[in-house]
Design a protein around this ligand. Sequence first.
Ligand code: FMN
Length: 424
Amino acid sequence: MFHLGWFGTTGPVNWLAPAGAVYDWRKPEIFQDVAKLCERAKMDFVMFADSVAIPALFQGSTDYYVRNGFMIYHDPVPTCAWMAAATQRIGLASTLSCTFYPPYLLARMLGTMDHLSGGRMAWNVVTSTKGGENFGMEMPEHDERYDMADEHLELCRQLWDSWSPDAVIMDRENKIFADPAKVKTVNFKGQHFQCRGPLNVVSSPQRHPIIIMAGTSPRGQQFAVRNADMVIAHKNSVADMKSYSHQLRQKAAEAGRDPKSLKIFYAIKPVMGDTPAEAEEKWQRHLASGDVDLGLADLSNTLMYDMSQFDLDKPLPKDLKVQGIVGKLLQYTQSQGHLTLREIAKHESLKETFPMHGTPEQIADILEHAWREGGADGFHFRQMFQDYGYLVDIATKLVPVLQKRGLVRKEYSGTMLRDHLFEF
Ligand SMILES: Cc1cc2nc3c(=O)[nH]c(=O)nc-3n(C[C@H](O)[C@H](O)[C@H](O)COP(=O)(O)O)c2cc1C
């Protein structure tokens, strides 16, 4: 069987939709309703993207992003707490940047969240390409951010382990809450972080939250192999999935890890209709909705470079150097170097990586093939959160087909996210 996750945001992503067509993003009910629906579909987890800055990249200011309600997010951690309160099984994953959060506060917050959710918390670790301006700091270079992240994770693990799971004894007779012999100081002295410890949150149900990682650069893969329980990647084809799955599992084995201990998810965004004709019509409507300015603003943000300064009808300069996600730039200067910036921007605004459309049965065929051939452990639906109708279609039309074919679970067998993720 394969696993399913849901990827959303906490911001006003589709505020332009006609009133009544989608939930008002400011009404918190949507978050609990989405979590409940994903739980009813027996997905492993819901995950939130995040960023801690409105960029000033496209056209050199924050104006485009503010005017369009882009890159504006509620904090995902309290949102996950709010969703945990309304559910019992679904895992909850929050993106948090280890470039900005001090390790002690982050370990404490996620330890608390793991308690509040009964062992359902996950952390999508990002190192961030931007946001230093909000913290009075210069952004470290790409690989240095990952060096800091390795150290950050090491310290977080030591803090989560500073309480042995049997340290709390609550011995009323002798008035002993916890056994000091089972609570360690950590005395961590790294290059970037120092911390005495122990944590003032006791050992949580999962001990460590599930660690998710979505970077795919060579340094990002090294980080994942060392720290992650799960990786999420965008790949354009089943062949690309196959080679990435193979590469990552090989790296895990070389690092002395059981490759099965690292779950690989691929992001998908199926466009579904009840009939092939309806799916085709929705797909054509989707393709026509590509928006050049939105794509340019998004790409400026991803690459950390103002895309408004280039000619829309020419390809990007081959020698362009950026500080953002280099893999994305190479996609458009090398393998798809023939595309004009206008075409690139339209493509980016649609956020299509592994395009698929069809009836629920046709989508199930595509996923089954991608799972068997591509070496995926699971798939991650990458739709915008507020499109509740889309989630209803996935949960009530696609998931039942997958369940009937025995491809996804019909019931949870455990209570914690770690149980779900390592059930098969
Ligand atoms: C599915 C997916 C979700 C991501 N979500 C976020 C996010 O919410 N916030 C963020 O700052 N970066 C996010 N990223 C970016 C990655 O975490 C990572 O920083 C980026 O891919 C660059 O890493 P790399 O240079 O190792 O490839 C996401 C990437 C993927 C593939």
